[in-house]
Design a protein around this ligand. Structure first.
Ligand SMILES: Cc1cc2nc3c(=O)[nH]c(=O)nc-3n(C[C@H](O)[C@H](O)[C@H](O)COP(=O)(O)OP(=O)(O)OC[C@H]3O[C@@H](n4cnc5c(N)ncnc54)[C@H](O)[C@@H]3O)c2cc1C
Length: 488
């Protein structure tokens, strides 16, 4: 259900205006085609946009934004739509402004380890392009969300995306040096440094990373290129109890190790991966920890042995170690395909995301079991254990309204629990519409007021993505009363 204070949008007039700015093949208004753009990866939040537009220059974005402002239509930035919180869903007949066709790599400067890219460049395409230039093989864009083949760099910056290797290399905001962004009034701002230089005043790129499309439309970014690891070891530990596995992770980090990645799969996810990839993991496995360490070759074996000793202390049932690039690639492919592989066992799934103190991981998994039983839901877990970033996956059938309701209630209970034990509302996926009601649960009133002031500094009239991330009087979405919005 939606409530709003916006003046009604006349769709025909809006589309006529858009056609004066963009060619017809870069505007979607056909109802059947718009169906595809009703949701992102969080398919519970659905609304059909009035139109989807595909500008290819910053100038076109400016013109579109000005026109939408004139018509009082909500402007909703969109990359590839792989988000998991409904952040790029256009409620209230908003217009999706997609940056996917702004996909040029404008400059790769290996000497200064920086790239300038348009916002629609897909994550992995940048690293592939960097590897193809002379001297580029040693560098990459480090944040590696599992969606990296599809998600855009503009979307990654807007959600402050993480990924498997952020335990050591950190999230997207640490890799974005500068940005060009179009604001709701059509002005174009340039923040941060370019060309690999650093800036020490207000960290505006840091502030914009994670804005979830609520400040403006990012049109290009200056990206830091990080060195790639050359030596590594992969360690796979199997456990007969999730608590043992969680406690092993906690001890590894507490002892001062900093693995490049430390991922965990519970027993149900091990089965899913096993059925898809046939590694030979025993069916009775209750938890798997996939750890990667990298650095100077001469010290890796010693470090690996120390980690093996910690795993043994927590009753590891089987442990394999390897420095073989092919084995490593297969394991990471399996891990990155884990969400997709869920499609083999359930019609729908909802991936949750919260961050908790690592020492509490075992309690969180126990609580999730309890919540699953209470709401009659199967919950699978595959997550960034080293970061304390849990990703319970709620399996359900979206044709059954009660199951949808149970997923939302169970997710809320889980998130409240994570906050109660000192955690956060999101580790990497963002807030979107999905978790917006819990923002005041996590943040006190003065902090929330400060968030509103920041939003209004960029977008005083709430023309861009109102009702996402920060609650808005202008647009409120109630997911417990889901209803698809179709333009009349
Ligand atoms: C299978 C799968 C695995 C995933 N794994 C991970 C993971 O490991 N780590 C992780 O962090 N996320 C993960 N995600 C979530 C998602 O891929 C990320 O949030 C990603 O950054 C979204 O990028 P996108 O281009 O698809 O953005 P969209 O989904 O299109 O948009 C996401 C948000 O960013 C805003 N936005 C997009 N582009 C712009 C722009 N140019 N300017 C301003 N605002 C913009 C939108 O308004 C929206 O609020 C996964 C998703 C899937 C489906």
């Amino acid at each position: 259900m939606i409530t709003n204070d916006n003046p009604p949008v006349t769709r025909e007039a809006l589309v006529r205006g858009l056609l004066e700015i963009l060619p017809a093949d870069r505007i979607i208004t056909d109802q059947e085609e718009l169906f595809v753009y009703e949701s992102d990866g969080f398919t519970i939040a659905k609304a059909r946009p009035a139109a989807v537009v595909f500008p290819v220059t910053t100038g076109e974005v400016v013109e579109v934004v000005k026109l939408l402002g004139k018509h009082g239509a909500q402007i909703v930035p969109r990359g590839s739509g792989t988000g998991l919180t409904g952040g790029c869903v256009a409620f209230d007949l908003g217009v999706l402004v997609s940056t996917v066709r702004m996909n040029a790599i404008l400059k790769i400067d290996i000497e200064n380890r920086v790239a300038h890219v348009e916002a629609g460049v897909r994550n992995v395409f940048l690293s592939d392009a960097v590897a193809a230039v002379p001297g580029g093989g040693a560098f990459h864009f480090s944040p590696d969300p599992s969606s990296q083949r599809a998600s855009t760099l503009g979307g990654n910056a807007s959600t402050n995306a993480g990924g498997i290797h952020v335990l050591k290399d950190f999230v997207t905001s640490n890799h974005v040096l500068g940005m060009e962004m179009v604001l709701a009034d059509g002005s174009v701002v340039h923040v941060g440094a370019k060309n690999g230089a650093y800036e020490s005043e207000f960290d505006l790129p840091g502030l914009i990373c994670g804005h979830e499309g609520t400040f403006g439309i990012i049109t290009s970014l200056w990206i830091r290129l990080a060195p790639k690891a050359t030596s590594f070891r992969t360690i796979v530990g199997l456990f007969s109890s999730t608590a043992d596995a969680c406690n092993a992770v906690s001890e590894v980090i507490a002892r001062g190790f900093l693995p490049a990645a430390m991922e965990m799969l519970d027993g149900r996810m091990v089965e899913v991966i096993e059925d898809a990839f046939h590694f030979g993991f025993p069916r009775e496995t209750q938890a798997l920890i996939l750890t990667e360490i990298d650095g100077i070759e001469a010290i890796l074996d010693e470090q690996q042995n120390e980690l093996v000793e910690i795993f043994k202390k927590y009753n590891v049932t089987s442990i394999t170690t390897s420095g073989d690039p092919a084995a490593r690639a297969k394991l990471w492919k399996a891990r990155k395909s884990a969400f997709g592989a869920i499609g083999r066992i359930s019609p729908s799934y909802c991936t949750q995301d919260a961050c908790v103190p690592r020492s509490m991981l075992a309690q969180v998994l126990a609580k999730l079991d309890e919540i699953g039983k209470e709401y009659g839901l199967q919950i699978n877990n595959v997550f960034h254990a080293g970061d304390g970033n849990v990703h319970p996956i709620f399996l359900y059938d979206d044709r059954d309204e009660q199951q949808v309701r149970n997923v939302l209630l169970a997710a809320e209970k889980m998130l409240e629990y994570c906050i109660d034990i000192g955690g956060t509302l999101t580790g990497e996926h963002g807030v979107g519409v999905e978790k917006i009601n819990l923002m005041p649960y996590l943040f006190d009133r003065p902090t929330m007021e400060q968030f509103f002031r920041i939003k209004h500094a960029f977008d005083p009239e709430e023309r861009i993505n109102a009702g996402k991330l920060i609650p808005s009087e202008k647009l409120r979405i109630d997911l417990l009363k889901p209803a698809r919005q179709v333009p009349q």
